[in-house]
Design a protein around this ligand. Sequence first.
Ligand code: HEM
Length: 133
Amino acid sequence: MSETLPCALDEAGIARQVHEFYARVRSDTLLGPVFEAAIAPADWPEHLRTMCRFWSSVMLCSGSYSGNPVAVHRSVAGIAPELFPRWLGLFSATASDLFAPDIAAAFTDKATRIAGSLRMAVFFRPGQRPEIA
Ligand code: HEM
């Protein structure tokens, strides 16, 4: 029986999470088409590098990411509020498969908070009633 040790919370572990998560995203029936329409095949390595810098900044406070995720997501065709729970479900399941439970929970907690504020910033317009749920 071969047992794989859980990943450590370091740059290598973050790279595993990012690469595995986007592999699952790309083969997801709902999220896959949205990402494939936005990111050309040749641009995926750069997207994955950006996402490694983002998660390294979030989880390790490395400060290696700079960008404007709200502006970027506002111009993603096909993005919709209903897709966020699916995104989070895949992200959380990936973290649980790769990390010890406490680290997986820390990833899920950060992702849930950021997804909530991102969703609000992308979809809420002044004068519009905020979603209750
Ligand atoms: C339904 C949910 C989501 C969809 C469909 C989505 C889709 C995308 C796409 C297509 C891009 C690449 C855009 C481009 O390069 O033109 C992108 C970039 C990015 N996404 Fe998301 N995303 C979602 C949720 C999230 C969440 C919850 C987070 C954070 C927890 C996140 C963080 C980022 C970041 C940091 C970038 C890079 C922005 C930059 O270029 O600086 N996304 N997303």
